[in-house]
Design a protein. Sequence first.
Length: 468
Amino acid sequence: MIMSRIEAPRDEVTGNLADRLLSSLPAEAVLIDPDITASYANDMASFCEAGTPAVVVLPRTVEQVQHVMRIATELRVPVVPQGARTGLSGAANASDGCIVLSLVKMDRILEINPVDRIAVVEPGVINATLSRAVNEHGLYYPPDPSSWEMCTIGGNIGTASGGLCCVKYGVTAEYVLGLDVVLADGRLMSTGRRTAKGVAGYDLTRLFVGSEGSLGIVVRAILALKPQPPQQLVLAAEFGSARAACDAVVRIMEGGHVPSLLELMDRTTVKAVNDLAHMGLPETTEALLLAAFDTHDPAADLAAVGALCEAAGATQVVPAEDAAESELLLQARRLSLTALEAVKGTTMIDDVCVPRSRLGDMLEGIERVAEKYSLTIGVCAHAGDGNTHPTVCFDADDPDESRRARESFDEIMALGLELGGTITGEHGVGVLKKEWLARELGPVGVEMQRGIKAAFDPLGILNPGKVL
């Protein structure tokens, strides 16, 4: 239901807020129908509480975002920024009585500059849309989360997203050169630069990347681009154990190789993908390792890596013959999380990153946790980064199984920290990992981060209850 001044149902609080917002917003930008606003209440995370928003605002301009923040500050109303809500930590979940500020309508690519190798975009641009647009100029935007056909650049910036290519090209943070940010009080601030280099002052741009909308609202981003690389070729290697596959990862990285992709799927994940998509992956394997190179002679690089996989105990090594075969293997990896969700209907997706040298210990530990709690836990991983995605499959209608799922999740988080890792490599903290963030940072770290939050958001209205 599109809200208007006359027809919209309202209580006193929502009505006053809506009227104030409508003073500088078009009617179609403000929604108050409870059935519609409820659909904006949460992202894709499990076990994360979500409140009831008072209104949903869908701005199209920077000035409209500024207006929302001025009203929110004046009325002391919390604001929850949202992108496509594909996140997995509850960072986009609404709080009771909040303004949900959905930025999906700010979806313009403002500039693609092949000389400076930058793109200037609004936050609602879909990742895949940007990637295809820059490809037409012979350029490449590397960050490619598995949800790249749905997720927005603003959301990627908010959670510092990664993707399959991070082992060679890095994560979103490496590509954000500058930002326009609307602060809590409605002021507009520009950070960073559009030049190749720059060290003027504190790096506030990097501070906003991964802040999950808790410090300000990103309304424009200057992104670094790279020349488009040659078409990559992929190799698939089967292993009789996850430990052997992780040993291959260590050998590949120790040997100085720079794959464009190095991904791992355990036997549970392989079976789930086959059950969902009938892709004919080898279910006899305990772990499937995918390696790719986008060099000028990828076949030679794959041969070298294939030899290292065999030395680590691979039972079979199959290099793709062409781009189409390579894409089929990558599609199997991209289907992993969807396939695991189909196993029981609900998943709890972890995001623990450990040093590459401890990857084998991590996977073996996850196997022990699955056995301890009698649960199906599949693992897909950005193995070249040490970033694992243990995915707990459970029946949300079974209270006991749900309890065991939550306990197993916490045990996996503890294991990651024990191995010298971090609680999140790319999904963010949100609601799901607040307790664990405090454990990782320690009391002094938490105190300093809260000080930063207070400097940018003294009233605490920006995405309250998230991160810290």
